[in-house]
Design a protein around this ligand. Structure first.
Ligand SMILES: [Zn+2]
Ligand SMILES: [Zn+2]
Length: 146
């Protein structure tokens, strides 16, 4: 494959480009498949037609995993812990467990239900983003709610 930052050919699965020192898929200037020049916001190589790959810093988190965690375990905030948002994750967990327990006798399942809906909506939002948008919003910029 080719380094997306400098366009030099690098071994398949190379962690770092020996020419420029960057991760080969971190750049956006060249196609990883044929080495043709690409533009910043281009998604597909206009020369060879492959989908341009890019992996951002911070060891890219999986959109699918975060989305599914939000949908199925949203009220425990697990999707937020997964994305590294410790405080919002704790808030959801505590609200569900503590407030959910306190209010259980007179408002059973309401609080955990509300938290589950928040997690569900967040999970769906994650899944509707493109990988690039997800990476930018939730991995790079740490957008903590919705
Ligand atoms: Zn390079
Ligand atoms: Zn190409």
């Amino acid at each position: 494959m080719f380094c997306r930052n400098c366009g030099k050919e690098v071994p398949e699965n190379a962690e770092v480009c020996v020419n420029c020192g960057m991760k080969p898929l971190m750049g956006k200037k060249f196609c990883q498949n044929c080495g043709a020049e690409t533009k910043e916001n281009q998604e597909v190589c206009t020369k060879c037609g492959v989908k341009l790959k890019s992996s951002m810093g911070k060891g890219a988190k999986s959109k699918l995993v975060a989305g599914l965690l939000g949908i199925f375990l949203g009220n425990l905030g697990i999707h937020k812990f997964y994305l590294g948002y410790t405080i919002p994750g704790l808030i959801m967990l505590l609200v569900t467990v503590v407030l959910g327990t306190i209010t259980f006798l007179f408002l059973p399942f309401i609080i955990p239900g509300i938290m589950a809906v928040i997690g569900l909506i967040e999970g769906i939002i994650y899944l509707t983003k493109s990988d690039e948008e997800f990476d930018e919003m939730y991995v790079q910029n740490m957008k903590q709610w919705f």
